[in-house]
Design a protein around this ligand. Structure first.
Ligand code: HEC
Length: 188
């Protein structure tokens, strides 16, 4: 009798697992969509940052970053139906960039991968469970980032960062490190 129950429950599990599988969207499609959003984010923010730097130097660029980065994330979220944010282990924007447990673990793994020599643009990860797909893409420190996230900041940068972000933790970085990540998620 016990054997029959075991067999029955195995069959039930197999059926459940199967139907679950059928309801799961194609992961490659989700990854491609997520990467599209990552590119869209950078494609909108970087030109604004560059323009502000050449028009008004770092002070204007910090203002633009402070106002435009959250707006771009929100606009992409509204257009796509995904959640879109930027996170970091040493956040600058304390209200928006704090990592949750999963993001924190991924960011720690990203740091290890970068330290082992993997270039940040190639560092990403995805996760699918409980009706949610999540994706994170590392944001590496390039030359231009050092102006506002590096070890030695100009007086001008320091002053305007203090004005907007009194609890800023996002300085002291060097080239090739992971500054943070774009974090995306979608329910299905
Ligand atoms: C002109 C100064 C400036 C430059 C240059 C700059 N950033 Fe930032 N960065 C900021 C500001 C200001 C914020 C906070 C924006 C906000 O309030 O969301 C920020 C936030 C971030 C965040 C979100 C997480 C957090 O800590 O709030 C990431 C990731 C990030 N920057 C990566 C980069 C990378 C990578 C580069 C180089 C490609 C770069 N930044 C260049 C000023 C700058």
């Amino acid at each position: 009798m016990r054997k029959i129950y075991t067999v029955l429950s195995l069959i039930t599990c197999a059926v459940a697992a199967n139907s679950n599988f059928a309801a799961t969207p194609d992961q490659e499609v989700l990854i491609a969509e997520a990467q599209g959003l990552v590119n869209a984010f950078a494609g909108r923010l970087k030109p604004e940052l560059k323009q502000a730097l050449s028009d008004g130097g770092p002070t204007l660029a910090i203002e633009v970053c402070a106002s435009q980065a959250p707006k771009i994330a929100d606009a992409l979220a509204a257009e796509s139906g995904w959640s879109v944010s930027r996170v970091s282990l040493k956040e600058r924007n304390a209200t928006r960039a704090k990592a949750d447990d999963w993001e924190r673990a991924v960011l720690e793994e990203f740091d290890q991968r970068a330290a082992a020599g993997e270039p940040p643009p190639a560092i990403n990860t995805s996760d699918i469970r409980n009706g949610q797909f999540r994706y994170m893409q590392a944001q590496g420190v390039e030359g231009v980032c050092l102006l506002c996230h590096g070890e030695e900041l100009s007086e001008e940068v320091r002053t305007s960062l203090e004005q907007y972000y009194p609890d800023d933790m996002a300085t002291g970085y060097s080239l090739g490190q992971v500054r943070g990540a774009i974090s995306l998620s979608r329910e299905f």
